[in-house]
Design a protein around this ligand. Structure first.
Ligand code: ASP
Length: 328
């Protein structure tokens, strides 16, 4: 086994029963001690003991710095994390740690690792095996599936196969103590560590009849960038309640608007339908086939670099860490 560091942040995997319900309580070492094998060589760091519903941009920065400090000291990192926001953390770490030369493998569980039938012990073992086999990059290992972190989405609340790789091949499977590679992602080479982000980003999911006034309120809420989940390929109301005009007003105020889809699979595009063509002319930024989690965290990361609309558009529509299939 290579030298692996285990960083714990909480989540169900580390939960113990309390009077008020399940709460993270186990340390990284206590998690390892639940596994059948000998993992005494794995170094442990207890970073947080949090339900991932409380993991926010401040924690992303702390996690990224903790992972960076592992470079040169170990061959891979396993990060235990609650499943509820794991896809956001994995996406943000993919940008903050772009080109990281060691693997960072996030995992967690649907049931506390100390429970007899928990998936947590298998998930942790599989993540350790994946970290031992992979080279660089940020991944989620859950169940037997290994996926690129910026392509993963939590799609099930309780089933053991809680995560799916969206619009991207699975990187591998882990079973019987071995990792089998299914796909080698093309990842950036030079390590570019950057935790400067602008978290003042909003996600708006359109519903039929939604007032465009909601979009107009965003600048007063100090929002600097917006991701809009449109209908299907990215349609939105243009009659009675004109979302297109509200988006024009946002863009005129220098607030970039990124168009994504309410559909989980396949890409969004303003190019196809009459209802959304004007969005293209307004300069709306297409999220292509990025997950909503990747589009949001990428927009935060890009806005931490620049507020120049042209540069924001260029970076959002460029594949940086495997999050986007660029159309030719
Ligand atoms: N509420 C938990 C969390 O995200 C759920 C889990 O870990 O599965 O921290």
């Amino acid at each position: 086994m290579k030298k692996i560091n285990l960083i714990s942040t909480g989540g169900t995997i580390a939960c113990v029963p309390t009077e008020n319900g399940l709460a993270p309580g186990l340390t990284a070492r206590e998690l390892l001690d639940l596994l059948p094998g000998d993992y005494s060589e794995v170094s442990c760091l207890d970073l947080f003991s949090m339900d991932s519903s409380n993991i926010q941009p401040e924690e992303w920065v702390t996690i990224a710095e903790a992972v960076r400090s592992c470079i040169g000291k170990c061959d891979g990192v396993v990060l235990t994390h609650g499943t509820d926001t794991m896809a956001y953390t994995a996406s943000m770490l993919s940008f903050m740690l772009a080109g990281i030369p060691i693997p960072v493998v996030l995992t967690g569980a649907q049931f506390p690792a100390a429970y007899p039938d928990s998936d947590g012990r298998r998930n942790l073992e599989n993540a350790l095996i994946a970290a031992n086999s992979l080279t660089g990059g940020v991944y989620i290992c859950f169940g037997n599936s290994l996926m690129l972190g910026c392509r993963a989405v939590k799609t099930r609340t309780t089933s053991l196969n809680a995560f799916e790789s969206i619009n991207y091949p699975y990187v591998g499977t882990v079973s019987d103590g071995r990792m089998f590679t299914l796909y080698n992602p093309v990842l950036p080479s030079g390590f570019n560590f950057s935790t400067d982000i602008d978290a003042n980003v909003a996600l708006i999911k359109l519903i039929p009849g939604m007032s465009p006034h909601m979009l107009d309120l965003l600048p007063d809420c100090d929002i600097h960038g917006v991701v809009v989940e449109g209908f299907g390929l990215g349609g939105m109301h243009s009659i009675r309640r004109n979302h297109l005009e509200a988006i024009r007003r946002l863009m005129e105020k220098g607030i970039p608007v990124v168009l994504t889809s309410q559909c989980l699979y396949e890409q969004s595009s303003p190019d196809i339908y009459e209802v959304s063509r004007p969005l293209r002319d307004l300069g709306i930024i297409s999220a292509g086939d990025m997950t909503t989690e990747a589009a949001i965290t990428k927009l935060m990361w890009v806005l931490g670099r620049t507020k120049n609309m042209q540069v924001v558009r260029m970076l959002m529509q460029k594949n940086l860490v495997g999050e986007l299939t660029e159309l030719g």
